[in-house]
Design a protein. Structure first.
Length: 190
C-alpha cells in the first residue's frame, strides 16, 4: 500500500548582525528558520525583518533576560510567527506577518503584552480595509505595512545560508547581504 510523506520544512541558517541605532541595540543573532512548504521566500524574509525590528525589546522590555524566537508559524495557527518571552515565561511580544484574521489577533492580545502585525502582500490594503474596524478596540495591537516593492526585493535575498546585516535607524531597516541591500520603512497603520 503506497503512502505519502508529509512535506517537510526547509531549514535556512542565518547570521543576522543587528545595529539598531534607534534603540542602541547591537547584537549578532544565529538563527534557524524552518520554512513551511507553503511559505514563500517573501513571507520568511518578513519574519526575519520583524525580528530585526523588534530585537531591541530583549534589552528594552526584558533587560536582557528573555528569549526572542520564531514560533511554529504556518505549522501551528495558534503560535505566533515571532515571540518574545521574559524569564518567567510570560509572552511580552507576539508578532504575526501577513494578513491574519481578526479572531487570532484578539486571542493574541489576551495572551501577550503587545501584538504587532507586519502586512506585506500586494493585497494588504484590501485586507486592511476589510478588517480595520474589527481591530480598533485592541489597544495592545500595532499594525504595520511593509511596502510591497521592498518586501519583494527582500525575498530575492533568501538563501539556505545567509549572512545579513540589519541597520535600524529612524524607523527604517536596511537589510544587507551578499546579494545586495534593501531599505524597508514600514508604515504604521494602527
Amino acid at each position: 500500500m503506497p503512502h505519502t510523506m508529509a512535506l517537510k520544512s526547509t531549514i535556512y541558517k542565518t547570521t543576522l548582525a543587528i545595529a539598531d541605532i534607534d534603540h542602541s541595540y547591537y547584537a549578532d543573532h544565529a538563527l534557524t528558520l524552518a520554512r513551511h512548504p507553503s511559505e514563500t521566500d517573501e513571507r520568511m524574509m518578513i519574519r526575519l525583518l520583524a525580528l530585526a525590528l523588534n530585537a531591541h525589546e530583549l534589552q528594552d522590555t526584558c533587560a536582557g533576560d528573555g528569549t526572542l524566537a520564531f514560533g511554529a508559524g504556518l505549522s501551528d495557527p495558534d503560535d505566533p510567527d515571532l515571540w518574545l518571552r521574559d524569564f518567567t515565561g510570560a509572552t511580552r511580544l507576539w508578532v504575526e506577518v501577513g494578513q491574519p484574521e481578526d479572531r487570532p489577533l484578539v486571542k493574541a492580545c489576551q495572551k501577550a503584552d503587545a501584538v504587532k502585525v507586519y502586512a506585506f502582500h500586494h493585497a494588504a490594503e484590501v485586507w486592511w480595509k476589510g478588517i480595520q474596524n474589527k481591530l480598533t478596540r485592541l489597544d495592545k495591537l500595532q499594525v504595520y505595512r511593509v511596502p510591497a516593492d521592498a518586501s519583494q526585493h527582500l525575498a530575492t535575498m533568501a538563501a539556505r545560508s545567509m549572512h545579513l546585516q540589519a541597520t535600524v535607524q529612524d524607523g527604517a531597516a536596511t537589510i544587507s547581504g551578499e546579494s545586495g541591500s534593501v531599505v524597508i520603512e514600514p508604515a504604521r497603520w494602527m
